[in-house]
Design a protein. Structure first.
Length: 290
């Protein structure tokens, strides 16, 4: 059958984005969510924590006591702006940046055994039946322990969801077709984080190793043109008022453009064909027929 050259399909396309904190879905890959929702796909997000110990931006009225409730609402509101059909929140406690005392809090997300977290994500996949699932890269973008935990849990859940012998969920198996890691190209991240360090040498972000940021550019398999959705992305970023906007901290307009105009991914499953290098896909649903 000839392949349609429009974005219209005869079946419902369903996309699930799995993140760790309210704002990850918007600051990380919001344009991807907006793009597919605008094209008629059913877009879903699941978020592990309420972002309890995040920074509080100057422009916000939130206090450390109200932050988690305010951020939860920001997550739902940003989802509405982006056209997300359902925004799920598991409600674990934010573990904080690597090496902070919050890592050891008994309720911290990173303290939750991986099997327990996997079961939650399997339930979500089996309930929503996405063909495409994506999450953070294995390094969590910039090493955040919650991102790394969510990435591993999502990969394990992706394969368990379609396995009838998996005992962690009572729902009927559903096998998604494709798994991706959303990845910021290291070339962009190096420039960006070096600018953080220069602007505020005492910030947590300044202490991170720029050579470990994002993913090596050569590992990226997939890029989406998200330039048409920049205005809506900016509106969704605005909704996360308790958080410093990534756009406020952009050192140059060129870097802001590279952040907003494209979203990059690593295809995990099906595996990238042997010998295939560089970007070869421009649509997360490429090859999916039903
Ligand atoms: Zn996060």
């Amino acid at each position: 059958m000839a392949k349609s050259n429009t974005n219209e399909t005869k079946f419902e396309r369903r996309l699930l984005c799995v993140v760790a904190h309210p704002d990850d879905e918007t600051f990380g890959s919001g344009s991807t969510l907006i793009k597919y929702a605008a094209e008629g796909a059913s877009v879903f997000t699941s978020c592990a924590t309420r972002g309890d110990v995040g920074e509080i931006a100057d422009r916000s009225d939130a206090t450390p006591e109200t932050l988690s409730a305010v951020r939860e609402q920001e997550y739902y509101d940003a989802g509405k702006v982006m056209g997300v059909k359902k925004s799920i929140l598991y409600g674990y406690r934010d573990s904080g940046m690597a090496g902070t005392a919050d890592n050891d809090h008994p309720n911290a997300y990173v303290q939750v055994p991986i099997d327990v977290v996997v079961a939650k994500v399997v339930d979500t996949i089996r309930e929503l039946k996405p063909q495409v699932v994506f999450t953070f890269d294995e390094g969590g973008g910039y090493g955040h322990p919650d991102h790394i935990h969510a990435s591993l849990a999502t990969k394990l859940a992706y394969f368990a969801a379609g396995d009838p012998s998996y005992t962690g969920s009572t729902l009927a198996p559903w096998k998604p077709s494709k798994l991706y890691y959303h990845g910021f190209p290291r070339s962009i991240m190096k420039t960006w984080f070096a600018a953080f360090a220069e602007a505020d040498p005492d910030s947590d972000l300044a202490k991170l190793d720029v050579n470990e940021m994002g993913v090596p550019d050569e590992l990226l398999s997939t890029v989406l043109d998200t330039a048409p959705y920049v205005d809506m992305r900016r509106k969704a970023i605005e909704v996360h008022r308790t958080q410093y906007s990534p756009l406020d901290r952009m050192p140059t307009p060129e870097l802001a453009d590279s952040y907003l105009n494209q979203d990059f991914f690593i295809r995990v499953d099906p595996p990238v064909p042997e010998g295939q290098t560089g970007i070869f896909e421009h649509d997360l649903f490429e090859g999916i027929e039903e």
